[in-house]
Design a protein around this ligand. Structure first.
Ligand code: NAD
Ligand code: UFG
Length: 336
């Protein structure tokens, strides 16, 4: 079986490539390296001792996608490629809409042309907006609070319309909660360009001494310690969710929607303590104003994925912090 992984050089994509190769899938990676480095794929090959085909190509250029499909008989696509920074999407919404939506439309058109109709799409818990209750189930109402989230919601809707028009498509919408951590080898991990937007890479960079302190965005949320609560999921558990989804997709199930989360929430202060324990370093922090758009708490009900895919998370908060720190310590400057 040959899988095309768009965005495969990125954080979640590279970890999923490792697990795909471990399961003996053949893989082709398409990435424009706009938010990643080709070195991640060299590391994937080192970890697995297996090879993969890489195309530096942009989903905005249809000819480049056609070239990949002409050269390979693809069985399914895992579609990670996209821009993902919430704040940036508010400043440059047109770039986000163009990259994420036009890119996906180009990909779907080429898949249709080559009669490849199996796709796994990286959606996000952000499509639940500010949920009325917790834990979040897949049938909760959907909404978007920023342009990035709107691209996820719009792509979910586009894929549903594609399925309605042609029942030969098999489509899995995987709604990720908050991926953190790294491969246990410390060879691959999250390598944000510039100052990190997300909590865990920020804390890791404070621990390594690149940043002086962490700003904790508010301590007056309706949570046990007042700081925001999220469902942090180890990136390897998340990658394995894709591995469990593929065989299901090949049974012609039509449209599938799953939450990929642990079902537990941790606060910002708990994450700081977790990384302090893993790194044996004090993480200085300051409480500052809330970040606009943030919600109190968000965690998944992952029961549907367990029941239908036989997937559940195995790794603990300690594993997440230990592996995040191992990656940071071994690669203080990321892949550079
Ligand atoms: P990432 O930025 O590390 O990976 C995305 C990859 O896509 C990058 O390698 C980038 O170079 C590539 N890319 C972007 N636009 C492209 C284009 N037009 N053509 C070709 N390649 C392109 O991000 P990630 O954290 O690995 O996220 C992967 C997917 O999961 C994204 O779609 C993201 O929105 C989604 N997601 C991420 C999170 C998270 O917190 N990391 C949470 C929920 C959903
Ligand atoms: N936080 C801080 N300080 C920081 C960064 C974050 O206190 O410097 C807090 C936030 O306020 C929030 C928590 O840490 O309470 C987590 O914030 P992240 O930015 O790491 O993650 P979010 O839950 O805000 O959003 C992430 C991705 C979204 C995705 C969502 C759900 O950035 O793209 O998870 O998957 F949609």
């Amino acid at each position: 079986m040959k899988i095309l992984v768009t965005g495969g050089a990125g954080y979640i994509g590279s970890h999923t490539c490792v697990e795909l190769l471990n399961e003996n899938y053949d893989i082709v990676v398409l990435d424009n390296l706009s938010n990643s480095s080709k070195e991640s794929l060299n590391r994937v090959k080192n970890i697995t001792k297996k090879s993969l085909d890489f195309y530096k190509a942009d989903l905005l250029d249809k000819k480049q996608i056609i070239a990949v499909f002409s050269e390979h008989k693809i069985d399914a696509v895992i579609h990670f490629a996209g821009l993902k920074a919430v704040g940036e999407s508010v400043s440059i919404p047109l770039r986000y809409f163009h990259n994420n939506i036009t890119g996906t439309l180009n990909l779907l058109a080429v898949m249709d042309e080559f009669n490849v109709k199996n796709i796994v799409f990286s959606s996000s818990a952000t499509v639940y907006g500010d949920p009325a209750s917790l834990p979040i189930k897949e049938d909760f109402p959907l909404s978007a609070t920023n342009p990035y989230g709107r691209t996820k919601l719009m792509i979910e809707e586009i894929l549903q319309d594609v399925y309605i028009s042609d029942k030969n498509w098999n489509i899995a919408l995987l709604r990720y909660f908050n991926p953190v951590g790294a491969h246990k080898s410390g060879e691959i991990g999250e390598d944000p360009f510039g100052i990190p937007n997300n909590l865990m890479p920020y804390i890791s960079q404070v621990a390594i001494g690149h940043l002086p302190w962490l700003s904790v965005f508010g301590n007056d949320y309706n949570t046990p310690d007042g700081t925001g609560v999220r469902d942090y999921i180890h990136v390897v558990d998340l990658a394995l969710g894709h591995i469990k989804t593929l065989p299901k997709l090949f049974t012609n199930p039509g449209l599938l929607i799953y939450n990929l989360g642990t079902g537990s929430g941790y606060s910002v202060l708990e994450m700081i303590k977790g990384l302090e324990a893993a790194s044996n370093k004090k993480i200085p922090y300051k409480i500052v104003d809330r970040r606009p758009g943030d919600i109190d708490a968000c965690f998944a009900d992952p029961a549907k994925a367990k029941e239908e895919l036989g997937w559940e998370t195995k790794k603990t908060l300690t594993d997440m912090c230990k592996d995040a720190w191992n990656w940071q310590k071994k690669n203080p400057k990321g892949y550079r």
